[in-house]
Design a protein around this ligand. Structure first.
Ligand code: GLN
Length: 188
């Protein structure tokens, strides 16, 4: 059984835990550095990246998570989680800075703060529902980064080796295909 941590400082934690358990994983909520042991992967949920950064600093989690990412622990960042992983954030400081992408925050305008679309995703499938909530997008990617999906010409899902990041919230739908890809292909 794969043991997957879910960073549980803020944001959509329970939905990730439920989806991971539904897929036969052991899901562990992470609030302290000592819990970051014997994990096969780590999910960084959506929420508010500046708030999450403050909490990562307060609980001494930023350094330990960065070291694990640098050592190759598979991680999946959704929405604010993608912002935490990104090497660069337009107009803001970066956080973990481990995934070779540049992201921009709140990319989809005020009047459409949240919306749902069906995406066609390379290697994963067609008609995959994606919920965007004040979502970021990926502005540019490093050489080894694989772009898996775009929405309105903006990159919204990419993989940098063992790091997967998406702009939207797969855990808020009943479709488990992206999480299955993380567990079976990225964590493997
Ligand atoms: N707008 C948030 C941020 O910039 C991300 C939103 C989300 O995770 N749903 O941190």
């Amino acid at each position: 059984m794969k043991k997957i941590g879910v960073l549980a400082l803020q944001g959509a934690v329970r939905e990730h835990v439920q989806m991971l358990e539904e897929l036969g994983c052991e899901a562990v909520t992470i609030t302290r550095a000592e819990q970051l042991v014997e994990l096969d992967g780590l999910v960084l949920p959506g929420g508010e990246s500046t708030t999450m950064r403050k909490l990562l600093d307060r609980y001494g989690l930023l350094g330990p998570i960065r070291i694990l990412a640098e050592k190759g622990l598979p991680m999946f960042g959704t929405c604010a989680g993608l912002i935490l992983l990104a090497r660069d954030v337009v107009d803001y400081e970066s956080h973990l800075a481990v995934m070779d992408v540049k992201v921009a925050r709140n990319s989809y305008g005020r009047q459409v703060d949240s919306f749902e679309v069906l995406l066609s995703i390379k290697e994963i499938g067609e008609d995959i529902p994606a919920v965007f909530i004040r979502a970021p997008h990926i502005v540019s990617v490093g050489e080894q980064v694989e772009i898996l999906a775009s929405c309105d010409d903006k990159i919204v899902l990419a993989r940098d080796r063992h790091l997967l990041g998406c702009s939207f919230h797969p855990e808020l739908t009943r479709d488990t295909r992206i999480m299955e890809y993380f567990i079976n292909v990225v964590v493997a």
